[in-house]
Design a protein around this ligand. Structure first.
Ligand code: NAG
Ligand code: NAG
Ligand code: NAG
Ligand code: NAG
Ligand code: NAG
Ligand code: NAG
Ligand code: NAG
Length: 566
C-alpha cells in the first residue's frame, strides 16, 4: 500500500514501481499503471481503494473470529476400538459382618483397646456429652488404618465368591479365564475390589465377545450364625450410655442405622484412579442378577489445542496408597487435578484435610482434621469456627483444572437389566451343601455350608431355613458384564475457527476484492528489493562515480527518462 499511495503522483514515481504495478497480478492496480487516460487511472485507483477497504473490513471480522478462540465438537461413530475398562467393586458398608465377630483373643484386645483409648481421647478433647454420631465418626477416623483394614474391613475371600470370563455364545470349547480380584485400599470406602485383567484378556473379551461373570456377597452381619470368636466392642458414650455397634458404623457420618447393602461398581478407564466423583458408577443391590453392557466414548483434543486446552496424554500421576502410604502410579485423569487442587485449597482454609480425599504423592503428608492421632486439641475449634464457601471452592478447583483436561480420555457408560436372583430352592441348598469347605474357610460361607447341610438332611428347625433364605437374599449379587460393541464413537474437540480456515477465508476475500494472492505479495517483495538495491546503487554511485558493475544498470536511464518527461 506504500507503493500505491505514491502512485497518486505517478510522474514522480520510480519506474520500477510503475513496472511492478503494470505487471501486477492484482487486477485493478495494474490498470492504474497502464491506462492511458488520467481519468481512467484515477478511477481504477479509487476502485482499488474501495475494494481494499471492503476487504479490510471483512478481514477484521475474520481476525476477531480467530482470536475469539471458540471450540467445536465433531462426532464420529465407530471411530476407535472399544477398550475394556478397569472395574472396581466397592462395598457400600465396608465393615465386614463376619470377620470382626470371629476375632482371636489378641486381635480383639488390640482393636478394643484402640477404641477405648480413642473414646477416652474424645472425652478429654470435646467432653463426654457430645453427640454419639460425632464420637463414632472421630473414633473411626482415628483408628489406625492398618487395624481397620485387617480386622474390620470386608475381605476378598468372603466378598468375591467367583470370577470367570466365558464365551457368550458359539462353541463353548474355549477355556474360561479366571481374572484375579485384588483388594484396593480406598480412602472413601476403606476397601474396594479390583478386577485385574491382562491386555490379552481385555482383547479377548471384546474381540471374541466374552462375558465377565462375578458373584459377590455383601457379607452382612447375622447374629444367628453363632460366630465362635470374640467381637469388636461398640463405640460407647460413658455419659449417656448410648452405643453404636459395628453394624451401624459409617466412615462418613459416624452412625447410620439403615445402611443400604450392596456394591458400587466403578467403571474406570484403564490405568486411571478409581474416583467416585469422576468415573462412571452404578449400584448393585443384593438378591439381583445384573446384565451390564458397557459402552465407551473417546474425546480427543485436536493438535492445535494441545498444551493450552489440555494436558499431554502420556503424563502419569502418583497417588499415595491409603493403607501403606506407598506410591501408586496412575494414568493422568481429571480426578488427579481435581483432588490435588481441592486438597490444597481445603488445607489452606482449615490447616488440615476435612474429608477423606485421595491424596496425590506431593500432598501425601497432609494431616486429616478428624484424625485425633494427627491433629492437636485446638484443631477442632479451628474446624468448627472456620466458614468455607464450598461452592466457591469447587468453582475455583474446576477453574484451575479447566485447561488441564487430558488430551485424550475415555468415558464409559453402562446399560443394564436385572432380575431377582437366586431363586432359593433345593438346587441352592444342594449347591452350598456340596461346596467343599476347605477353600471357603471364610466365617460366613463356612456357616452357610453348615446350614445347607442340615437343611439337606432335613434335621433342622423352620427358623434355620428362614435364616438361610434371609442370608442369601441379603447378600448375593450376580453380575454379567459384556462389551456392547467392538468399536466406539470419538468426539474431536477443535478450535471453532482454525488457522487454516482463516487463511482460506482471507485468501478467498483477497481474490474476490483485489484479485490478489500470496504470489502478488511476492511481487511486492521483489519491488522492495529492486527499490532498495536501486537506492544503494545511487548512494554508492555518488561516492564513487565510476562503478562498473551495476546489476540494475538498465533501470537508471529509464528513471532519468521519466523525470525528464515531467
Ligand atoms: C491405650 O492406652 C494405654 C494406656 O493409656 C496404652 O498403654 C496403650 O498402648 C494404648 N493402646 C492403643 C492401641 O492405643
Ligand atoms: C490417623 O492417624 C494415624 C497417625 O498418623 C494413622 O496411623 C492412622 O492410620 C490414621 N487413621 C485414619 C483413619 O486416617
Ligand atoms: C446358634 O445358637 C443358637 C442358640 O445358641 C441355636 O439355637 C442355633 O441353632 C444355632 N445356629 C446355628 C446355625 O448353629
Ligand atoms: C513427608 O514425610 C516424609 C517422612 O516424614 C518425608 O520424608 C517427606 O519428605 C515428606 N514429603 C513431603 C512432600 O513433605
Ligand atoms: C459462595 O460463593 C458464590 C460465588 O462463588 C456466591 O454466589 C455465594 O453467594 C457464596 N455463598 C456464601 C454463603 O457466601
Ligand atoms: C440332628 O441335629 C441334632 C442337633 O441339632 C443332632 O444331635 C443329631 O445327631 C442330628 N441328626 C442327624 C440325623 O444328623
Ligand atoms: C526516453 O526519452 C526519449 C526522448 O527523450 C524518448 O524518445 C523515449 O521514447 C523515452 N523512452 C521511454 C521508455 O519513455
Amino acid at each position: 500500500s506504500l507503493g500505491v499511495s505514491r502512485a497518486a503522483t505517478p510522474a514522480k514515481m520510480p519506474s520500477a514501481v510503475m513496472d511492478t504495478l503494470a505487471e501486477s497480478s492484482a487486477h485493478g492496480i495494474s490498470r492504474v499503471a497502464t491506462s492511458r487516460s488520467r481519468v481512467m487511472k484515477v478511477m481504477w485507483f479509487l476502485l482499488f481503494l474501495l475494494f481494499l477497504a471492503l476487504f479490510v473490513r471483512s478481514a477484521v471480522t475474520l481476525v476477531i473470529r480467530l482470536r475469539g478462540g471458540g471450540l467445536t465438537k465433531s462426532f464420529e461413530l465407530d471411530k476407535v476400538p472399544f477398550v475394556f475398562p478397569d472395574l472396581y467393586f466397592c462395598p457400600n458398608n465396608p465393615y465386614s459382618g463376619s470377620y470382626p465377630h470371629d476375632l482371636s483373643q489378641a486381635d480383639a484386645e488390640l482393636i478394643n483397646t484402640a477404641i477405648t483409648n480413642l473414646s477416652a481421647e474424645f472425652d478429654s478433647r470435646l467432653g463426654p456429652t457430645r453427640s454419639i454420631e460425632l464420637r463414632a465418626r472421630l473414633v473411626q477416623s482415628s483408628l489406625p488404618v492398618h487395624l481397620s483394614y485387617r480386622l474390620l474391613a470386608q475381605r476378598r475371600a468372603q466378598s468375591v465368591l467367583q470370577t470367570t470370563a466365558t464365551p457368550t455364545m458359539g462353541p463353548q470349547s474355549s477355556f474360561p479365564i479366571f481374572p484375579r480380584v485384588l483388594p484396593f485400599s480406598h480412602p472413601v470406602s476403606l476397601v474396594c475390589f479390583q478386577l485385574r485383567l491382562t491386555d490379552n484378556d481385555r482383547r479377548k473379551i471384546v474381540a471374541e465377545n466374552w462375558q465377565v461373570n462375578l458373584r459377590l456377597s455383601t457379607d452382612p452381619f447375622f447374629a444367628e450364625f453363632n460366630y465362635s470368636g470374640l467381637s469388636v466392642d461398640p463405640i460407647r458414650s460413658p455419659a449417656t450410655g448410648e452405643e453404636v455397634p459395628l453394624q451401624d458404623w459409617s466412615i462418613s457420618v459416624g452412625r447410620e442405622r439403615l445402611q443400604e447393602a450392596g456394591f458400587t461398581m466403578l467403571i474406570v478407564p484403564v490405568g486411571s484412579y478409581p474416583s467416585f466423583a469422576h468415573e462412571a458408577k452404578f449400584q448393585l443391590a443384593p438378591s439381583n442378577s445384573y446384565s451390564v453392557a458397557l459402552s465407551m466414548e473417546e474425546t480427543e483434543y485436536s493438535e492445535e489445542l494441545r498444551g493450552q486446552q489440555c494436558q499431554g496424554d502420556s503424563e502419569a500421576v502418583d497417588f499415595s496408597d491409603h493403607l501403606t502410604g506407598r506410591k501408586l502410579t496412575f494414568a493422568y485423569s481429571p480426578a488427579a487435578c481435581y483432588y490435588e487442587n481441592l486438597v490444597r485449597l481445603v488445607t489452606q482454609a482449615y490447616g488440615c484435610m476435612v474429608f477423606s480425599f485421595p491424596l496425590t504423592w506431593s500432598l501425601r503428608n497432609t494431616t486429616r482434621c478428624f484424625n485425633m492421632s494427627e491433629t492437636g486439641r485446638d484443631q477442632f475449634n479451628v474446624v468448627q469456627t472456620t466458614k468455607t464457601n464450598w461452592s466457591d471452592l469447587d468453582r475455583q478447583v474446576r477453574e484451575a483444572c479447566r485447561s488441564r483436561q487430558p488430551c485424550r480420555y475415555q468415558r464409559y457408560s453402562a446399560e443394564f437389566s436385572f432380575s431377582r436372583w437366586p431363586s432359593i430352592g433345593s438346587s441352592v441348598v444342594a449347591h452350598f451343601a456340596e461346596m467343599g469347605s476347605s477353600p471357603y474357610s471364610t466365617p460366613a460361607t463356612r456357616r452357610l455350608i453348615d446350614m445347607a447341610r442340615s437343611l439337606r438332611t432335613r434335621n433342622h428347625s423352620a427358623h434355620t431355613e428362614a435364616q438361610f433364605r434371609a442370608y442369601l437374599s441379603e447378600s448375593l449379587i450376580n453380575v454379567r458384564i459384556v462389551a456392547r460393541s467392538t468399536t466406539s464413537p470419538q468426539v474431536v474437540i477443535s478450535p471453532a475457527y482454525s488457522v487454516t480456515a482463516f487463511l482460506a477465508d482471507t485468501g478467498g476475500l483477497l481474490g474476490l476484492y483485489v484479485g490478489c494472492s500470496l504470489l502478488t505479495l511476492c511481487e511486492f517483495f521483489e519491488l522492495f528489493y529492486r527499490l532498495l538495491s536501486g537506492a544503494l546503487l545511487k548512494h554508492r554511485g555518488g561516492a564513487r562515480p565510476a562503478e562498473p558493475e551495476a546489476p540494475q544498470g538498465d533501470s537508471q536511464p529509464d528513471a532519468k527518462n521519466d523525470t525528464s518527461e515531467a
